[in-house]
Design a protein around this ligand. Structure first.
Ligand SMILES: Cc1cc2nc3c(=O)[nH]c(=O)nc-3n(C[C@H](O)[C@H](O)[C@H](O)COP(=O)(O)O)c2cc1C
Length: 191
């Protein structure tokens, strides 16, 4: 099972980096698979730690992959030394214990040091699922055919129309702006 989370890392010069990623986990360990090259991978290799943020605010995923909003409020004074997302439901502090290197996508095994619940889980929401799926599409423009993207966005919109709140609507707007601008550039290129 893959959990879509927000991973926060820091660089050697103490610069904070926030990125959406899919992770796998069991009770004690967690596995992160960043593509090469990536800032998250660099930071994990140099600093050996991260916070894993489980949030139902899907704007964080959409804001980062579309570039519409990359700066999210953080709680800096986490005693572990890595900030957490202010609007996270739960977070884990993790340390890197093993690296399974790979040409394109290494697998980083981490120990879970601490688990903290900050806000209750309020049940599943179809619009949040739609935003996460669409954010993945928006992060793979140029790799997936335009026809497939349009078809999938049209299907995912059903969940948005029927079940969204203001956060999901805002995230959906950012994603559509990015996808539409990509498609109109492609159309111009192809005459
Ligand atoms: C829901 C979701 C899941 C993602 N999962 C991964 C992942 O597992 N590995 C990865 O490298 N990028 C993943 N991405 C894309 C990254 O968030 C994006 O490429 C990001 O810029 C990572 O690179 P960075 O660490 O240099 O910022 C995901 C994006 C979304 C929206």
């Amino acid at each position: 099972m893959i959990h879509e989370v927000i991973i926060i890392t820091i660089s050697q010069d103490n610069l904070v980096h926030v990125a959406p990623m899919g992770i796998k986990m069991d009770d004690k360990h967690l596995y992160i698979s960043p593509f090469k090259p990536s800032k998250t991978l660099d930071n994990l290799l140099s600093m050996n730690k991260a916070t894993i943020n489980f949030t139902d605010d899907t704007r964080v995923f959409a804001g980062i992959v579309t570039g519409e909003k990359k700066d999210w409020p953080l709680i800096e004074n986490n005693s572990f030394g890595i900030p957490i997302l202010k609007n996270t439901n739960t977070h884990y502090d993790v340390t890197v214990i093993d690296i399974n290197d790979d040409k394109t996508r290494p697998k980083i095994k981490c120990d879970i040091i601490e688990k903290k619940i900050h806000k209750p889980f309020l049940g599943f929401n179809r619009a949040q699922f739609s935003v996460i799926e669409a954010a993945v599409l928006a992060s793979r423009l140029g790799m997936i055919s335009t026809e497939k993207i349009i078809m999938e966005i049209n299907y995912l919109k059903i969940g948005i129309d029927k079940t969204s709140g203001p956060n999901e609507l805002e995230a959906w707007k950012w994603i559509n702006k990015k996808i539409n601008s990509f498609i109109s550039k492609e159309n111009k290129k192809n005459g």
